[in-house]
Design a protein around this ligand. Structure first.
Ligand code: ZN
Length: 404
C-alpha cells in the first residue's frame, strides 16, 4: 500500500515514508535494524509492519486546518504532525486539536469526522504547551519525526547515562540515587504526562518503572520512543545540547558496567547458553560444568546474571517474578506477590541484573514477549479516558470531572 501511495504521489519510497508516515517518529531510536534508512525499499517487511502504524491512540486534526483545506482544494487532509504524542495544539493556528477515538477514522476525510469528534480542553492544551519541558518534548519529537534514519540505541544510552551520572540519577536497575522516572514525574505536568505515558503518575516514589528507568541500562528499547524523549528532555538542558551529545558519542564508547572479568576469559557465550538452558539456576550450571557453585555464582553475577532459583524448601518462582518485573513491566512488589516470592528475593535479582538478563529471560519465555506489545503502560492514551494520581500542589482539574 505504501509503495502504491508513493508511486501515486510521484515520490521515492524514503521521501514518502519520511513525509507521510509516522515510522520515522516511532523508529526515531532503534535497537533493531538501526542503520536502516526510513523507507528503505530493500526492506519491504519493515514497511509492511511499521509504516502504517500510528504513534498514539485516536486520530487528531485541527478544525481550522481542515476548513482551510476545503476552501483551498475542496477536500481535507490528515496531518502527520498532529498525530505526535503529547501534541495538543496546531502550530499553524495555535488552537487545540480535536480527535476521534479510533484510528479507523483515518479512512475518512477529517471533515467527515468534524461533527462527531471530541475537543481537547483548550485551557489544558495551552497550559501544557507553555511548559518548557513539554515544549522541548514536542520540538524534539517533530525534529526526530523528520529524520532520515534512527538514532542507534547504544550511543543514545551512553549519552543519557553520562548526563544522568552528572545529575545524580541512578543508572542501574537498583541504587539508592534518585530514579529517572521519579524526576520525570516530579517535573512534567501530570495530566499531560499521563496522556503521553499512561500509568506513570500512579507509580510510587522510589519505585522503579522499568519502561522509563530502563532507558539507562537496557541494550534494547525498553518501551516506546516517548520514554527516550522524556528522558532526553529531563536530562539535557536544551535539545541542541542533547542532539550534540548524541552525535558526538561514538558507538565504540564503552559503558561503565559491573563486568570486571574479561568476557572471553569466562567463555561468556557458552555460559549464557547454559544459564538460559537451566533457567537461571546457578547450581545446575555449576553441576554441568563440574565447578564449585560459589565460583560460578561470582562469575555469573559479574556478568549481570543472578541466580533465579530459591534456596531450601521455599515455594514460589523467582523466574516468574523476574518475568513479571522485567518483561511484563509490573511493579516490583506486585511481581513478587504474583510469583509467591519475597520482595527481598526479587530485589536481589534486580540488584545484580545486567542487560543480558533481559535477553536471557526473553529466550527462556517466548510467550512473555507477546504481553509487552499489548501492555497498556506507555502506549499513549485518549484525553477523555485518562485517570491519573493527583499529587500535592497539582491543581489541574480532573478531565473526567470536567467532561461530566
Ligand atoms: Zn491548524
Amino acid at each position: 500500500m505504501i509503495q502504491m501511495l508513493a508511486f501515486a504521489a510521484a515520490m521515492t519510497l524514503p521521501d514518502f515514508v519520511r513525509g507521510h508516515t509516522l515510522l520515522p517518529y516511532r523508529r526515531a531510536i532503534a535497537s533493531h535494524k538501526e542503520t536502516l534508512l526510513h523507507g528503505d525499499p530493500s526492506d519491504l517487511q519493515m514497511l509492511r509492519f511499521a509504516a502504517t502504524r500510528v504513534a498514539r491512540e485516536g486520530a487528531y486534526f485541527c478544525a481550522n486546518c481542515i476548513n482551510e483545506d476545503i476552501k483551498k482544494g475542496g477536500m481535507s487532509y490528515w496531518r502527520r504532525s498532529h498525530q505526535i504524542p503529547g501534541l495538543l495544539i496546531c502550530s499553524a493556528h495555535g488552537t487545540a486539536l480535536r480527535y476521534m477515538e479510533t484510528e479507523a477514522a483515518f479512512r475518512m476525510a477529517p471533515s467527515q469526522c468534524m461533527p462527531v469528534s471530541l475537543p481537547i480542553d483548550e485551557e489544558w492544551a495551552i497550559q501544557s504547551h507553555a511548559n518548557p519541558l513539554v515544549a522541548k518534548f514536542i520540538e524534539l519529537s517533530l525534529a526526530l519525526a523528520s529524520s532520515d534514519k534512527p538514532l542507534p540505541i547504544k550511543p543514545v544510552r551512553q549519552a543519557l547515562v553520562q548526563i544522568a551520572r552528572q545529575k545524580g540519577i541512578s543508572v542501574y536497575a537498583k541504587s539508592s540515587k534518585e530514579l529517572l522516572s521519579d524526576r520525570i514525574v516530579a517535573h512534567f505536568p501530570q495530566r499531560w504526562l499521563e496522556s503521553v505515558f499512561p500509568g506513570i503518575t500512579a507509580k510510587h516514589s522510589g519505585e522503579m518503572l522499568h519502561q522509563i528507568d530502563g532507558v539507562l541500562y537496557l541494550s534494547t528499547c525498553s518501551s516506546t520512543v516517548a520514554a527516550y524523549l522524556l528522558a532526553i528532555c529531563m536530562l539535557f538542558d536544551s535539545n541542541e545540547q542533547a542532539l550534540e551529545a548524541l552525535a558526538s558519542i561514538g558507538p565504540e564508547t564503552v559503558l561503565n558496567t559491573r563486568v570486571c572479568v574479561p568476557r572471553a576469559q569466562l567463555d561468556f557465550e557458552s555460559l549464557l547458553v547454559d544459564y538460559v538452558e537451566f533457567k537461571g539456576s546457578h547450581a545446575a550450571v555449576a553441576r554441568k560444568r563440574k565447578m564449585p557453585t560459589i565460583t560460578l555464582t561470582q562469575q555469573l553475577r559479574n556478568l549481570g546474571l543472578p541466580n533465579l532459583t530459591l534456596s531450601g524448601s521455599r515455594r514460589g518462582s523467582l523466574l516468574d517474578a523476574a518475568y513479571n518485573f522485567f518483561i511484563h513491566g509490573l511493579p516490583m512488589a506486585e511481581s513478587a506477590k504474583r510469583a509467591n516470592v519475597m520482595l527481598a528475593d526479587l530485589e536481589r535479582i534486580v540488584r545484580y541484573a545486567g542487560v543480558e538478563l533481559i535477553a536471557s529471560l526473553k529466550q527462556m519465555s517466548p510467550t512473555a514477549l507477546q504481553s509487552k506489545s499489548t501492555a497498556r503502560l506507555g502506549k499513549g492514551q485518549l484525553p477523555h479516558r485518562m485517570s491519573f494520581a493527583l499529587r500535592v500542589g497539582d491543581c489541574i482539574e480532573d478531565p473526567a470531572k470536567k467532561a461530566a
